[in-house]
Write a protein that binds this ligand. Sequence first.
Ligand code: CMC
Length: 434
Amino acid sequence: MTLATPVSTDVATLNVDGATYELPIIEGTEGERAIDISRLRSSSGLITFDQGYANTGSTLSDITFINGEEGILRYRGYPIEVLAERSTFLETSYLVLHGELPTQEQLDAFTDRITRHSLIHEKIRRMYDAFPLDAHPMAVTSAVVGSLSAFYQDSLDPLDPEQVDISVFRLLAKLPTICAFAFKYAMGQPFNYPRNDLSYSENLLWMMFGVPTEEYRLSEANVRALDTLLILHADHEQNCSTSTMRMVGSSRANIYASAAAAIMALSGPLHGGANQAVLDMLEDIAAVEGSAKAFLEKTKDTNDTTRLMGFGHRVYKNFDPRATILKKHAHEVIEDLGYSPRLLEIALELEELALNDDYYVQRQLYPNVDFYSGIIYEALGVPENGSTPLFALGRMPGWIAHWREHHEEGGRLNRPRQIYTGETTRAYVPIEAR
Ligand code: CMC
């Protein structure tokens, strides 16, 4: 399937050096407009320049719509608030991947296939022993996901629909096991194998927290909180890790290789790693900094690189709807679990101070999804460095949907250009003469 380019009747006119170029305008279903410059270089020799891609549409996409000014996020047309309230992570994954909500029969078949692919090869299990005990679980998770391309060589062709289909189930099903094993390894506890009698999120909690010495009791509130977090993370259009997934996939690298790269892209503190960075920051304020107010002053100091982690977003300039949902859940989960509300109190104070501070107001900086997600994960008992792998787990359906969309639309190799600013031609000087 090739997504048809939605050309509008309007054109943009560009005048350079006395020549005039007409550039088509394209328009999405939500009225977003873009100037199509794909033929600009061949007609004029010019390229466009947009460092950080803040103003560049890299693809057409049917999957997720965001309106950053109005705080709107919809997967396949369904508002995130409705999905968080009424859906489950697996149902939302089906929606993100297939474009429609499943019938009961479709959901049962989808769930059954995911449940039955959750074991990992015993040789993969032994790979964990090679990692240092203090390895970050994102490093371990990415390495193990990358290794799936060595273990499942029957499903590496991105252009074969049957191979892609099986690899999608393998990724979605095995990632909870891979992440949970990474936590258990770091804790020095025995690995728990997946259980087919449990739902996706129940199984994940069991694999992370069950121990052989006592029965593991699942709390409904924990299961729902985890499932909601995963739903909120399921997709977010062309963010850094999703663009990485598409970029790597565009070379026709296999899906496991692409996903391993996306996981590494997510690990950075400006992206998914922010949920861990928020916890570090809150703990630092509690233990060292003393006051939220003093810390906030540091984040505004241009001579200091400290940032208020969990604040600001490239696209949302009013509020992040995921943060609004999570703020409510943070209260519920923390009350339900009897978790010490100390970090939540500091977070609330920081948020209140920042929202009323000229620096933050002028730059349109608001809490993003990571401001509250780390606290909820910690309340659930997830180790501090474990919240980013769970973000990866939630984002996997989105990554896969984008990777597939790229191939289904006959995607080209992604290859941006540049404006070279280095030395012009120089004569080579022999080493003894330098
Ligand atoms: N604390 C203090 N100042 C900030 C912050 C912050 N969190 N975020 C942006 N600014 C300032 C920045 O210094 C700049 O100021 P000035 O105009 O004086 O130079 C201005 O706001 C614009 O910032 P920017 O870095 O050009 O904006 P960006 O769109 O490139 O960056 C961001 C977006 C998310 C990387 C950034 O807001 C940030 O670093 N936030 C903290 C990290 C974070 O929470 N990341 C999670 C993002 S949401 C989930 C995800 O994507 O995974």
